[in-house]
Design a protein around this ligand. Structure first.
Ligand code: VG1
Ligand code: CO
Length: 541
């Protein structure tokens, strides 16, 4: 074993989803190693234990895995299970931790951020429950990165990850596993594949966009091999190091090809896409995009139609900025609704404690107690199972949901790559006004509540503050503003807009038009456009 020097870095506080930086930053001597050594130092159970490693296949995935393998061997890990070709989707890795009784896993991904030598890279540690490490662990890892000045590594040749099998570095065993098998076995226990298959062979057409990212192999196994979807119905299902030069974020801008297809005259019955690491999903019907917040609510209202959820749900959780559509479903079902800060890690404790069955975020992530990560393909299969069980189109299911519960018009406006100081100035402008807002009337809307969201974990009692600014109105409308924790260039400001139309009211109005007034109030209170010098958001989803 050799010990190498590493320079501690003081700027690598991980964000919502692990440490994400530009590839160039990760390529600095000792940078990745610093973070990885901090993981081994802070999670002593890994010594003598099992570790799962894999990533979304982006540029630097292979290099990083070889480094991690040599460091794992030097730090006394007994066994590493790694996905063939270095690939593992985030939900599949989460599952593999659980089925392997591993002590943790390292996910190499920057999710929806672009890849390639000039793109982004990321690393995240998940604990033995399969979920993102809790804040106390991520904080300990971060603090450790600031103090260590060396890391351990065994010198060894690169391990061939291209074929299934076993290898060794020192005393450590490396098992190269198929990334798809265990995941598909889990899906088989949850959904009625035969029913979905019968619907597809009856002429129901499906289109899936893998965005050149990690879900390609999973989609081929599920859609082509298991469900009989024609191969030509799948787009971009070969993973590539730079995601085909694209941005693997399934939104109307970056998944434009899919959107165009689903809004064309000859649109398939069902369209879906997943992001870089396979944890997010979007679902579209003919001429309709299902808002992720609505998707969570509709899953909550219908998931009992899938065999794995026959007994119904025990509770639902959503991130704070996610629309309150799911709240109404939980209320009607008589189960608890939890509102957590943005970022999947906050769902873990609730899932482990058996308090919730489903959880989701407005950013196109949903999942259930089958995993401890959001799970893109799971959500897509859940939708297909529901469509098959109800015998209704996606559009009719959505419209029926609105007719029953009302519609939450909802949109997120992202202002990307802002000057950090300006983005902070916008947040401060609003924060300074919060206390005086209640009771004020703005453009005919009266403020009922305004605060900086703080969350108390009902399982372990931990408190997370400053999780976004929210302004609610008596009409039931609201807006939320927060800074992204996953961007790597400057700052990204997210403005979340929501307006509720109860059952019986118009549910067909233009989305952005409906939300215009709330957006204008947000702008007026923050001077957003004047401070950032941006006339319009970078992305509206
Ligand atoms: C974004 C989303 C958040 C999600 C996070 C990680 O975070 O808003 O809902 O949990 O990405 O998703 P932020 O801090 O940039 O708003 V993923 O698919 O990148 O694991
Ligand atoms: Co992701």
């Amino acid at each position: 074993m050799t010990t190498h020097a590493t320079t501690p870095f003081d700027d690598q506080k991980p964000g919502t989803s692990g440490l994400r930086k530009q590839v160039k930053v990760f390529q600095q001597t000792g940078y990745l190693e610093n973070f990885v050594q901090a993981i081994f130092d802070c999670v002593p159970d890994l010594r003598g234990g099992t570790l799962i490693v894999g990533g979304d296949g982006r540029y630097y995935n292979d290099t990083a895995i070889q480094i991690i393998l040599r460091m794992a061997a030097a730090n006394g890990v007994a066994k590493v299970r790694v996905g063939q070709g270095g690939l593992l989707s985030t939900p599949a890795l989460s599952n593999l931790i659980r089925v392997s009784n591993a002590q943790g896993g390292i996910i190499l991904s920057a999710s929806h951020n672009p890849g390639g030598p000039n793109g982004d890279f990321g690393i995240k540690f998940n604990g033995d429950n399969g979920g993102s490490a809790v804040e106390s662990v991520t904080q300990a890892i971060f603090e450790r990165t600031l103090e260590i000045d060396s890391y351990n590594e065994i010198s060894a040749d690169d391990v061939d990850l291209s074929a299934l099998g076993t290898a060794h570095i020192g005393d450590m065993q490396i098992e190269i596993v198929d990334p798809v098998t265990d995941y598909m076995a889990l899906m088989e226990t949850l959904f009625d594949f035969d029913k979905i298959k019968a619907m597809i062979s009856g002429g129901f057409s499906v289109c899936f966009d893998g965005m050149h990212a990690v879900t390609g192999p999973y989609a081929k196994a599920a859609f082509i091999q298991r469900l009989g979807v024609p191969a030509g119905s799948l787009m971009n299902v070969e993973p590539s190091e730079d995601f085909g030069g694209g941005h693997p974020d399934p939104n109307p801008v970056y998944a434009k090809a899919l959107f165009n297809k689903m809004f064309a005259d000859d649109a398939p019955d069902f369209g879906a896409a997943s992001d870089g690491d396979g944890d997010r999903n979007i679902v579209l019907g003919k001429g309709l995009y299902v808002s992720p917040s609505d998707s969570l609510a509709i899953l909550a209202a219908n998931i009992h139609l899938a065999p794995g959820y026959e007994e119904g749900i025990v509770g639902v959780a959503r991130s704070m900025p996610t629309s309150r559509a799911a709240d109404l479903v939980a209320k009607k079902a008589g189960v608890d609704l939890f509102e957590t800060p943005t970022g999947w890690k906050f769902f873990g404790n609730l899932l482990d404690a058996g308090r919730i069955t489903l959880c989701g975020e407005e950013s196109a992530g949903a999942s259930s107690d089958h995993a401890r990560e959001k799970d893109g393909l799971w959500a897509i299969l859940a939708w297909l199972n529901i469509v098959a069980a109800r015998g209704m189109s996606v559009k009719d299911i959505v419209r029926d949901h609105w007719a029953t519960y009302g519609r939450h018009y909802y949109s997120r406006h992202d202002y990307e790559a802002l000057d950090t100081a300006k983005a902070q100035a916008v947040m401060s402008a609003l924060e300074g006004k919060l206390a005086d807002l209640p009771g004020q009337s703005l453009h005919g809307e009266t403020v009922s509540m305004a605060d900086s969201f703080a969350y108390t974990d009902s399982v372990d009692g931990s408190v997370s503050r400053n999780q976004g600014l929210r302004v609610e109105f008596e009409s039931g409308s609201r807006f939320v503003m927060r800074l992204s924790g996953t961007g790597t260039v400057g700052a990204t400001l997210r403005l979340y807009l929501e307006k509720y139309a109860p059952p019986g009211e118009d549910h067909d109005a233009d989305l952005q038009e409906t939300l215009k007034q709330i957006a204008a109030i947000a702008d007026e209170l923050t001077d957003l456009k004047a401070i950032t010098q941006r006339a319009a958001p970078s992305v509206m989803s």
